[in-house]
Design a protein around this ligand. Sequence first.
Ligand SMILES: Cc1cc2nc3c(=O)[nH]c(=O)nc-3n(C[C@H](O)[C@H](O)[C@H](O)COP(=O)(O)O)c2cc1C
Length: 392
Amino acid sequence: MRHVEVKKGIYWVGAIDWNVRNFHGYSTHRGTTYNSYLVVDKKIALIDTVKSHFFDEMISRISKVIDPSKIDYIICNHLEIDHSGSLPRLMNVAKNAKIITSLNGEKFLKAHFGANEEWDIKAVKSGDILQLGEKSLVFIHTPMVHWPDSMVSYLQDDKILFSNDAFGQHLASYERFEDEIPLDVVLEEAAKYYANIVMPYGNNVQKAIEALSGLNVEIIAPSHGVIWRSHIERIISEYKKWSSNITEDKAAIVYDSMWGSTEKIAYALFKAFDKRNIPVKVFDLKTNDISDIMTYILTAKYICVGSSTLNNNMLPAVAAFLQYMKGLSPKNRKALAFGSYGWGGQSVTQLEEVLKSCGFEVLESIRVQFVPSESTIEEITEKVYQSIGNKG
Ligand SMILES: Cc1cc2nc3c(=O)[nH]c(=O)nc-3n(C[C@H](O)[C@H](O)[C@H](O)COP(=O)(O)O)c2cc1C
């Protein structure tokens, strides 16, 4: 398998997962990669490994450059098993390698793989330096970008930031650099990755960007997707925007409906946004994946959520969506609950409660008993048109 030289003495030796379409619930329409990087100097360091069943692919790439048994250090920037899963097999090959990780990383390693007496683990503090020869790595802790153990490694002189999950994308490609494939594809996947993985940790992202601001970075080498070398400022500015919850004047209308009545209300809402020239997208939860919806919501100012009432409750697909969105915790949004009902009509109140608990400004809800008539549809459009017109 072909390895790729990132810079002299630094190689991508990861694995390409062409066919994964579900990554712990996140839809990966374009597959993904697990990126490992080999730094060859007097000492040899491998930065992160790959998911366990891609071990052979990684080893075959490493073997093209060096004898894997000669690896001196394995840097574990983040313990999640898509990056550390190959560690047990690799430690059987690179028997003398020392594992370098953060303080939390050491605890997590033991909790994942058991306290293995034979593993030589060294926990590093933020700012610690590892000399490899001419080249040296600096470790910077970036807790909660994505887990408490997360850290990044910076290769001084070569000016490469091994950013682990930050700036990553689930994107399988033969090409290894972002300027070799259409930028809109990379940015779309980077946004989806941020929305579904990184969004809850916006404050930590800002702290991490602050901590990294003193570094001169020419290459960002994340642990998923392609390597950034031509659009570094662009991706950092997107991360600054996303982590600040800066939204655009656009709306998401997300709903489920048994017999089409709540769907009719959804389209009445659509007309209201359309009349205000506010870009709007409609997402039926029967056919849309919640992780795709979150990519759109990442920058949407308005979030409208609809459900009819089923056995005194909102529909299960809507409950699942709300639970997922609440966990990802988008901020500074305006929300609106809507739905059709038959008698008790509890769903809309439940929607309102969840949307309030997300910290959103909740606009006046729309409830319709059974099937909305043409005139009711027009009234809803007018009412929502007025309420979104009250800027603030
Ligand atoms: C299986 C079933 C259970 C229902 N349970 C309730 C209920 O508990 N409370 C209520 O107000 N309406 C209930 N309804 C009525 C629906 O909410 C009503 O028909 C509504 O118009 C359906 O809107 P939809 O077409 O958008 O799904 C129920 C309907 C069905 C089919």
